[in-house]
Design a protein around this ligand. Structure first.
Ligand SMILES: Cc1ncc(COP(=O)(O)O)c(C=O)c1O
Length: 397
């Protein structure tokens, strides 16, 4: 045992004997390192560690073992050169933006992004002197025409919220690269189990790990991965702006992603069964699921996805807001304004994720007061179909 590990000074610091016992065998799973700070042997060691010349840990905000392990997992999942972990999905988007853009730059922003992302990329970036134009990411010609000499970034979601439109990542990457801009893809709804945007030409990919990536509804975390050439400022921005992740969240997320593909295959199969069930009903106006042949982007999704078409299903109840309220009141499927948990939940975009838009703006996007967004868990399809049947019966009573 190294002499350097002998500096026990309180009841919470391991003794030399304990360090020796810990070193005899290697744990098969990563321990949880809650240390906020590590002891340094000398001023020169501290100097070298803090300068990044020596590999090692000093201060949790800059670097910690549980984040490092999750970084490795995310790099492997996305076939990425680099990855960074942040305290939330929003922090990962902020990290991407602040590491790539300067005052005077311009961003093309998909008109179908998560509400808070739109807020960040429009109002917040305007405060920093960064301009934007809203685009329809399915209209490649329109995207091309919206590019300006200042455009440095294009931001889209692989599967957009809540109508589950799928974007052509390869086509968008080509347009971005013709103008020396980077393509940032929010892959939260898809996860790398279904789609790896970097392999399709995207430069940066982020996920809200709080959703299906972790998949157990008990973590708040974000991840940004990308190509080496875009990584120059990422680590500095992550540390300087204090976007740091917590060790416990990283530990839980490592456990969560170890079953990601398995969970996604199961959830996708059940989601497809639920979409087909809903498609056949008179009390449902329309259903959106990329796995349905009737979905506008089914072909594109079939080319870009593997392991299924995702765990999200959206549908419009014929009875509008009243029907939505009755469905929620039935309590058959929990109303949770989030997604990606182990059990099936539902959300109501008009009163949650898209409440910031006017009814007219929502209608333009295809969101009615009767729109319900289902996040399918790893339940068997029989259970979910039964819950849907029960809930819909109570809507019509
Ligand atoms: C598609 C998408 N991106 C990003 C976020 C932000 O992630 P977080 O809640 O982890 O900050 C969310 C959150 O709902 C989301 O749905």
């Amino acid at each position: 045992m190294a002499e350097s590990k002998k500096r026990a000074t309180s009841s919470n610091v391991p003794s030399t004997e304990l360090w020796q016992r810990l070193d005899t065998t290697v744990p098969h799973n990563m321990p949880l390192y809650l240390a906020a700070v590590w002891q340094c042997e000398s001023t020169s060691q501290a100097d070298s560690l803090l300068a990044g010349e020596t590999e090692g840990y000093v201060y949790q905000r800059d670097r910690h073992p549980n984040a490092d392990l999750f970084v490795e997992a995310c790099k492997a999942l996305h076939q990425a050169d680099q990855a960074a972990i942040t305290a939330s999905g929003m922090a990962a988007i902020a990290l991407a933006v602040l590491s790539q853009l300067e005052t005077g730059d311009h961003v093309l922003v998909s008109n179908q992004l998560y509400g808070r992302t739109t807020l960040l990329l429009t109002s917040e970036l305007t405060r920093l002197g960064i301009g934007h134009t809203l685009i329809d990411p399915s209209d490649l010609q329109g995207v091309s025409e919206a590019m300006t000499a200042e455009t440095k970034m294009v931001v889209v979601e692989t599967i957009a919220n809540p109508l589950l439109r799928v974007v052509d990542i390869q086509g968008l990457a080509e347009i971005a690269h013709q103008h020396q801009a980077v393509l940032l893809v929010d892959n939260t709804f898809a996860t790398p189990a279904i789609c790896k945007p970097l392999t399709l030409g995207a430069d940066l990919v982020m996920e809200s790990v709080s959703k299906f990536m972790n998949g157990h509804g008990d973590v708040m975390l974000g991840m940004l991965a990308g190509k080496e050439e875009h990584w120059g400022r990422v680590e500095t921005v992550n540390a300087a702006w204090g976007f740091a992740s917590s060790p416990l969240e990283c530990w839980l997320a490592c456990r969560g992603v170890s079953t990601l593909t398995l969970r996604m295959r199961q959830a996708s199969a059940t989601a497809l069964a639920a979409a087909r069930f809903l498609e056949d009903r008179d009390d449902i106006e329309s259903v959106q699921y990329p796995g349905l042949q009737t979905h506008k982007d089914h072909q594109l999704a079939s080319q870009q996805f593997s392991n299924g078409f995702g765990h999200m299903v959206t549908f419009q109840l014929s009875g509008g807001r009243e029907a939505a309220d009755r469905m929620i009141a039935s309590g058959e499927i929990p109303f949770c304004p989030s997604l990606g948990d182990v059990t099936t939940t539902l959300s109501h975009p008009a009163s949650t994720s898209h409440r910031g838009l006017s009814a007219e703006q929502r209608l333009t996007l295809g969101i009615t007061d009767g729109t319900i967004r289902l996040s399918v868990g790893v339940d068997e399809s029989d259970e979910v179909l039964d819950s849907l049947e029960q809930a819909l019966q109570q809507v019509s009573e």
